[in-house]
Design a protein around this ligand. Structure first.
Ligand SMILES: NC(=O)c1ccc[n+]([C@@H]2O[C@H](COP(=O)([O-])OP(=O)(O)OC[C@H]3O[C@@H](n4cnc5c(N)ncnc54)[C@H](OP(=O)(O)O)[C@@H]3O)[C@@H](O)[C@H]2O)c1
Length: 306
């Protein structure tokens, strides 16, 4: 019998992840706040559920990938939410990027109700979700992690089990995202300085792509050099949420994060200029403006013709 699995949150990341589960042969049940986003999946054989509660009752194993902490609390704890429908020892695996307090709170409530909560945040972009090359950082009760093992193989290329405390996976993900944010800021400043000083992007990009082995540096360098704010990615709005979380968490333990403060200011300026839905590399548009350059925005159609 095919294993039933539920999926909540069919955004840029969730939709390709759900497709991969369907392709792998799971009996997929889906719910999304905006039902239209599920249409393609339903055509391919997924089943619509009228609420996260019904989805959880039908499957007993639900994955979620939603925007932020409020969205996660709503789909998990709402009157027709996942917890209301999960059977005894049912599992909710959340893969969103949220605060450790949020996942810790959910883990406690789920435990009290005899269900399991697993936090399994991911690194990677929509492209990596499509090709099942995400890096997954799961943490939760051991019995639940064992049952989830086959899911990681379907969705990702790498798994690092963080342990039994979901909030530590959420923390790890935000620390990793801090590194990524700092790379975004550094490369934005580097390319802007190079342009102002009359240096062609070509040798800079060639060195970063060819001799800096970190994929994340190569990815950001390419997108910043091409001012590519439009290919699928993580929005400025989501970046602000993440950096806001980092600053809050670092404040709690008196760990100064001056770089996070700088990234926050630049992302906030991008949002204020109406660029909230562009990819986070649009941070460079603000750095460019500070240097007296044009922001480098292009029409979407031009981007696609490149
Ligand atoms: N994009 C990336 O590269 C990336 C990489 C790693 C991790 N992440 C994390 O993954 C999560 C999802 O990112 P994404 O890029 O897929 O975001 P997205 O495209 O904005 O999708 C967000 C999803 O959350 C749902 N949602 C938002 N508010 C909700 C609410 N109040 N109640 C119920 N559902 C709600 C949306 O439903 P609607 O369709 O109705 O709007 C949509 O399904 C975020 O936590 C993000 O930080 C993203």
């Amino acid at each position: 019998m095919t294993t039933p699995v539920g999926f909540v949150g069919l955004g840029s990341m969730g939709l390709p992840m759900a497709y991969n589960l369907l392709k792998a042969g799971y009996a997929l049940h889906v719910w999304n706040r905006t039902p239209a986003k599920a249409e393609g999946l339903l055509v391919q054989g997924a089943t619509w559920a009228p609420s996260p509660q019904v989805l959880a009752t039908r499957t007993g194993l639900v994955l979620s990938m939603v925007a932020d902490d409020d969205a996660l609390n709503a789909v998990a704890l709402g009157a027709d939410g996942i917890l209301a429908g999960l059977p005894h020892e049912g599992i909710h695996v959340d893969m969103s990027t949220v605060l450790p307090d949020t996942t810790q709170g959910l883990a406690r409530v789920y435990r009290e109700r005899g269900a399991y909560f697993v936090a399994a945040p991911v690194s990677g972009r929509p492209d990596h979700a499509i090709t099942a090359q995400l890096l997954i950082y799961p943490a939760g009760p051991a019995a639940a992690l064992v049952r989830c093992q086959p899911l990681w193989q379907t969705l990702g290329q790498g798994v690092l089990v963080v342990g039994n405390e979901p909030h530590l996976a959420s923390l790890l993900k935000l620390v990793i995202n801090f590194v990524v944010s700092a790379i975004n800021e550094t490369l934005s400043e580097a390319f802007t300085w190079a342009e102002k000083a009359g240096l062609s992007y070509a040798p800079l990009l060639e060195i970063l792509e060819g001799f800096f082995p970190a994929l994340i540096i190569q990815l950001y360098a390419r997108r910043i050099a091409h001012l590519d704010f439009y290919s699928p990615g993580a929005s400025v709005r989501l970046g602000l949420k993440d950096v806001g979380h980092m600053r809050k968490l670092a404040d709690q333990v008196a760990a100064p994060l001056p770089l996070a403060d700088l990234v926050y200011r630049h992302l906030q300026a991008a949002l204020a200029r109406g660029r909230g839905d562009l990819d986070q590399v649009a941070l460079v548009s603000v750095v460019r403006e500070l240097a007296g350059l044009a922001p480098g925005l292009r029409e979407r159609s031009e981007e696609h013709n490149r």
